[in-house]
Design a protein around this ligand. Structure first.
Ligand code: OFO
Length: 173
């Protein structure tokens, strides 16, 4: 069983991972509408990954005798002025998620919940990968410059091959 504080914080993280899935879905729809098929595919896949992150938490809570509260999800932004704005928003979002995970890890130590602390190490590793990926993509966009039609065409084609590797662990295992 969890302490009340850890249980509440895990539920907050369930909501945040659900919101992550939602925000990437909104980004996918925007990208598809702009004709960026590669970016849209990347975002659809990323949205699925985030749902898996949410499910992993839900299942962990159930296994330990607690029922996760399935939350209402806030409205994400749906409009972006450019690819740079889109990926900057992605990086900022992930930095916020990293902070939330760090806060949760800190709480589990204070509550002497070493099982949850150990479980959360997967998310710690995942956040390193997600932030690194967002920074790599932003660097590529900076090099290309958004006014280069052929550069953006190739960027959109190549991003299809970029995937979040989920810390090399099955996200729902
Ligand atoms: Fe769940 O890792 Fe991104 O938000």
């Amino acid at each position: 069983m969890f302490s009340k504080k850890v249980e509440a914080a895990l539920n907050t993280q369930v909501k945040l991972e659900g919101y992550s899935s939602h925000i990437y879905l909104a980004m996918a729809v925007w990208a598809e509408g702009q004709g960026f098929e590669g970016v849209a595919n990347f975002m659809y896949k990323h949205s699925d990954e985030e749902r898996a992150h949410m499910l992993k938490l839900v299942k962990f809570m159930t296994e330990r005798g607690s029922e996760a509260t399935i939350p209402a999800i806030d409205q994400p932004p749906t409009q972006f002025s450019s690819l740079k704005e889109l990926f900057t928003a992605l990086l900022e979002h992930e930095m916020g998620v990293t902070q939330a995970i760090n806060g949760l890890v800190h709480l589990t130590l204070g509550e002497q919940d070493y099982t949850t602390h150990n479980f959360l190490q997967w998310y710690v590793a995942e956040q390193i990968e997600e932030e690194a990926l967002a920074r790599t993509i932003l660097d590529k966009l900076k090099i290309i410059g958004e006014e280069s039609g052929s550069g953006i065409y190739m960027f959109d084609r190549d991003i299809n091959g970029l995937v979040v590797t989920s810390a090399n662990v099955d996200p729902v295992a």
